[in-house]
Design a binder for this molecule. Structure first.
Ligand code: BV8
Ligand code: ZN
Length: 239
């Protein structure tokens, strides 16, 4: 039974890196990117999640992010988010790295979090270092300008072709290289350099546990695959 073996691996490991993607938020009602009904099925990433798309049509890009913000605001953390947060509060040595831009890990009470792709609920200036939490219900038409320098404001997320926040990526890589176990939850493993965190952990000798109802890029190198939804499989793994 992979669940029993995975529980033992996680209980015995003194250092664990947990790597999450859109799938951990799926049961909360947040659409994934590449699955059936995924965001990239209806929109093309290059059309919306790039600086070029934003420069070309900021109104369209803001409409998409405004829609996603309103959607996430109506969602709640699910049992997988909550079990992870409780587990991290109850023990040492766990580093949680997420690709998600939603705030469900934060709202579940996660004590610490490495966010590789930024945050949906923050605006930032496209030129200076101005940042602000998004006022609730803000729908931007016309697209907002920076109150400090007048340049266009944008969502504080990492778009395709953009560098990830260096401090977050370095912290994630350091945790991966020291991990004895790597728990991957709800990610296809398709987007780099974030997806490389799991490879780094594996190469450093970590046991690899994957929780996903589908197939992922990691399946060939996984030690223990738990096939099913995170909300169901993650809580019993961690208690
Ligand atoms: C960069 C934020 C270069 C915006 C996102 C090799 C190395 C480096 C780069 C590249 C490379 N090859 C290609 C690239 C370019 C590109 C890339 O990786 N492209 C891919 C598509 C091939 N990478 C980049 O552009 C990155 N930047 O490399 O810059 C550079 C270098 C120097 C100087 C300047 C620049 C930036 C990538 C970040 C893009 N931003 N999002 C936004 O959200 O709007 S990406 C997007 O994909 C999300 O962040 C998401 O988190 C991420 C990964 O997707 P997943 O989370 O895995 O979601 P997905 O739908 O794919 O999978 C869901 C999984 O959940 C599935 O497995 C499913 O089965 C499972 N699931 C479903 N239900 C459940 C479940 N699991 C559990 N329970 C359930 N109930
Ligand atoms: Zn500015």
């Amino acid at each position: 039974m992979p669940e029993v073996a995975a529980r033992a691996v996680l209980a015995e490991a003194s250092r664990v890196v947990v790597f999450t993607g859109a799938g951990i938020s799926a049961e909360s009602g947040v659409p994934t990117f590449r699955g059936p009904g995924g965001l990239w099925k209806t929109f093309k990433p290059e059309q919306l999640a790039t600086a070029e798309a934003f420069a070309k049509d900021p109104k369209l890009v803001w409409e998409w992010y405004g829609w996603r913000r309103a959607l996430v605001a109506g969602c709640e953390p699910n049992p997988a988010h909550r079990a992870l947060a409780a587990w991290m509060r109850a023990r040492q040595g766990v580093t949680l790295v997420t690709q998600n831009v939603d705030d469900l890990h934060e709202r579940a009470g996660t004590p610490s979090l490495i966010k590789l792709h930024g945050s949906l609920s923050v605006d930032r200036c496209s030129r200076c270092d101005y940042r602000r939490d998004v006022p609730p219900g803000a729908l931007y038409d016309p697209p907002p300008l920076c109150p400090a320098c007048g340049a266009p404001l944008r969502p504080d997320v990492v778009w395709f072709g953009e560098m990830l926040p260096e401090d977050q990526l370095v912290a994630a890589e350091q945790a991966a290289c020291r991990a004895e176990a790597c728990l991957v939850i709800g990610t296809s493993g398709a987007v780099y350099p974030a997806a490389g965190i799991v490879h780094a952990a594996r190469e450093a000798g970590a046991r690899l546990i994957v929780v996903d109802p589908g197939t992922t890029e990691y399946d060939r190198m996984t030690d223990l695959k738990l096939t099913g939804p995170a909300g169901e499989l993650v809580p019993p793994l961690l208690c």
